[in-house]
Design a binder for this molecule. Structure first.
Ligand SMILES: Nc1ncnc2c1ncn2[C@@H]1O[C@H](COP(=O)(O)OP(=O)(O)OP(=O)(O)O)[C@@H](O)[C@H]1O
Length: 396
């Protein structure tokens, strides 16, 4: 329902942030009832490449909590390039880590490629996802080819499918190492590619060619890309942008729609305006903020990221649960509770015995791991022997 066409005073939303466009303070609960909630069944969530609902993630202790995700909703349609934007430290990496199953939410839901990260048969984490973490996670003592062999074997590729390159990773520049890391994520043409700041330390020409490549691989509609960056303007080539701030999304729209709705010349401008709107809060607004509102044509609610509908659950999932591992389901299109088998020992997981992880290591993973460990030890034997001799002689 279009709020403006219904004669309802439009509101700006930021995943739950609301702002009236005139001086009347609207009661949020009453306004929520005026909008039809978006259909959000499990079936619809499973159709998305990624769907996050009511995500809460807290670091720190109970006494001193650091809330990173605060009821965040995110919808990444299949075949899209999704630009995840936000200031340093706002929680982008944390969100991505939860999506790929490296971390767990305190509460909320995550659906990735139709399944729950970490659940058996979901392929997540696994070959269906290519993940380029922010920190370059490569072995310096490996050559480019050996690195690609390692990741290729992990993905179940054969050696003759892999390119040849004999330079050592440690001898590559920072930018080259990031490209290497990107290549490893792209290697097996995953359905979902998650890139955490792939263009940091990369020159503008290469940055453009990385974006061109992302556009190319998403053309078929079979590959989805989530990409974080601090260079807001480069996400103009994205199909959708999520602007993250204060543990929520301020907006989740296409770049063109954002620019039009906020009458802005640049996406940075949009982000600034939305940030001011968020700061204003619901009731008290400074005159400066009011001015911003007056210059902003406020979008109608059209996106689950901005969903103001009551947090009812449509009966599919038991609302809050401690992590993504256990869930119960109900309703006609709900999924059967899956038997969960965590693929990696996540950082917080102290309960699952290590032997259980060993049971689920696939033969190709084991082959890659043994080969990687052997290679690493072989390359480092010189250092180990040298250190040992040094230790012995220094104690003489
Ligand atoms: N394991 C952790 N334990 C405690 N706090 C953490 C942990 N990881 C991240 N944080 C904190 O959570 C916040 C969000 O961090 P995160 O890395 O997700 O942000 P980001 O948006 O990716 O930042 P950047 O753009 O600088 O990479 C930061 O304040 C960070 O210090």
């Amino acid at each position: 329902m279009d709020a403006e066409s219904e004669g309802i005073p439009p509101i700006a939303t930021g995943s739950g942030q609301t702002t009236a466009t005139n001086d009347t303070d609207f009661d949020l609960a009453a306004r929520r009832k005026m909008f039809m909630s978006q259909p959000s069944t499990v079936a619809i969530r499973r159709q998305q490449a990624v769907c996050v609902r009511r995500a809460h993630k807290i670091y720190g202790t109970k006494k001193n909590p650091n809330v990173i995700l605060d009821g965040l909703n995110m919808t990444v349609p299949k075949g899209a390039i999704y630009g995840l934007l936000g200031a340093s430290g706002c929680g982008k990496t944390t969100l991505l880590s939860c999506i790929v199953g490296r971390r767990r939410l305190n509460s909320g839901e995550i659906w990735v490629l139709g399944g729950r990260p970490g659940s058996r048969g979901s392929g997540v984490p696994g070959p269906r996802i290519g993940y380029m973490p922010q920190e370059v996670a490569l072995y310096g003592e490996f050559t480019i080819r050996e690195t690609l062999i390692y990741f290729g074997w992990i993905y179940g590729m054969t050696t003759d499918q892999l390119p040849n390159a004999s330079r050592f990773v440690k001898n590559l520049s920072g930018g080259q190492q990031r490209r290497m890391s990107l290549a490893a994520a792209l290697l097996n043409e995953p359905e979902l590619l998650i890139l955490d700041e792939p263009t940091v330390g990369v020159d503008p020409v290469l940055r453009q060619s990385i974006w061109d490549h992302l556009v190319e691989i998403t053309k078929s509609g079979n590959t989805t890309v989530i990409v974080t960056t601090h260079y807001i303007e480069e996400t103009r080539q994205a199909h959708m942008i999520g602007l993250m701030r204060g543990g929520k999304f301020l907006a989740e729209e296409s770049p063109a729609d954002l620019l039009a709705q906020y009458q802005a010349e640049s996406l940075e401008d949009v982000f600034l305006k939305l940030s001011v709107l968020q700061n204003m809060g619901k009731r008290r607004r400074s005159s400066i903020a009011q001015e911003v509102v007056e210059h902003v044509r406020i979008p109608a609610i059209s996106n689950p990221a901005l969903d103001l509908s009551p947090e009812e659950d449509h009966g599919e999932i038991s609302g809050e649960f401690g992590d993504n591992i256990s869930m119960s389901s109900r309703g006609p299109d709900a999924v059967t509770p899956e038997i969960q088998a965590p693929p990696l020992p996540p950082e917080e997981d102290t309960k699952t015995p290590f032997v259980d992880y060993l049971k689920i290591v696939k033969p190709n993973h084991m082959r890659a791991l043994i080969w990687k460990n052997f290679l690493w030890m072989w390359r480092n034997v010189g250092y180990v022997v040298g250190d040992t001799f040094e230790a012995i002689y220094s104690h003489k």
